[in-house]
Ligand binder design. Structure first.
Ligand code: PGA
Length: 280
């Protein structure tokens, strides 16, 4: 194919721009990665049966072996004991999907932080959008659950995110910051206990719609800056995961972003092939 000089220059320029973008992404991500190891966390939600959970665990044990990333799966309460036995001696950690804000007593249907620890959990999700929107958990309740986990040496994964209406009304950061503030106003600067944030735009959860890497990075960057205002050290160490239709085909680009430190994965975590492929 023949190009005139002007078109040739244009093509060369576009090629160079593309290479530069890739180089910048790579060097930024390498810097971020050095400080914060990638965490790939599966959220199985209310899925599975005894049989399917056993075979999924078998697949994970076989395929999720890389120590370049941290692996975590968050099971339904009912399968924690079985998962604990299956995951013993593997690099896959065990988490739950919610925790009570109280230690014990008359709280029907809730599970205490000590029960989760006894069941072998190291992590627990709090404030998932399905808890916030379907079960109407407020920022205050989510914050209380967060501290219930933290105070019992469980690592809370605080989920935040806006709905489509809120994004379209340009309220994304207002919503996300209010969700984070409910925790930060209680968490003193200088607190070095481990916790994780997960930015999950509600419109991208289970819909097949993913935020573009740039859209996600924009919010992650704003969150990191917000944490910085609270405590610079905390901002460097807290991992900020992205969640919302993450799958092997979009993970590479998302993980290349400087402030995306891993993923909270729903649908794709129900296949051991897809889940393990996220680390490639
Ligand atoms: P999804 O779910 O990957 O199926 O969108 C993510 C989540 O709800 O954590």
């Amino acid at each position: 194919m023949l190009f005139c000089k002007k078109e040739e220059n244009c093509l060369i320029f576009m090629g160079l721009a593309c290479l530069c973008k890739q180089y910048i992404l790579q060097s930024r991500s390498e810097k971020g990665r050095q400080m914060r190891k990638l965490l790939i966390a599966g959220n199985w939600k209310m899925n599975g049966t005894q049989d399917s959970v056993s075979s999924l665990l078998g697949g994970l044990i076989e395929k999720c072996t890389s120590t370049d990333v941290d692996w975590l799966v968050c099971h339904s309460f009912l399968y924690l004991a079985e998962a604990r036995a299956a995951l013993k001696g593997t690099v896959v950690a065990l988490g739950a999907q919610n925790v009570c804000d109280q230690e014990s007593g008359a709280f029907t249907g809730e599970v205490s932080p000590n029960m989760l620890k006894e069941a072998g959990c190291t992590h627990v999700i709090v404030g998932h959008s399905e808890r916030r929107h379907v079960y109407k958990e407020s920022n205050e309740l989510v914050s209380a659950r967060f501290f219930s986990a933290l105070d019992h040496a469980l690592v809370p994964i605080l989920c935040v995110g806006e709905t489509l209406d809120q994004r379209e009304a340009d309220q994304t950061l207002d919503i996300v910051f209010a969700q984070i503030d409910a925790v930060l106003k209680v968490l003193p600067a200088g607190d070095v206990r481990e916790w994780v944030l997960a930015y999950e735009p509600v419109w991208a959860i289970g819909t097949g719609k993913t935020a573009t890497p740039e859209q996600a990075q924009q919010v992650h960057d704003a969150i990191r800056k917000k944490l910085q205002e609270h405590d610079a050290q905390m901002a460097e160490s807290v991992r900020i995961l992205y969640g919302g239709s993450v799958k092997p085909s979009n993970a590479t680009e998302l993980f290349a972003m400087a402030d995306i430190d891993g993923a909270l994965v729903g649908g794709a975590s129900l296949s051991s092939d897809d889940f393990s492929d996220l680390a490639r």
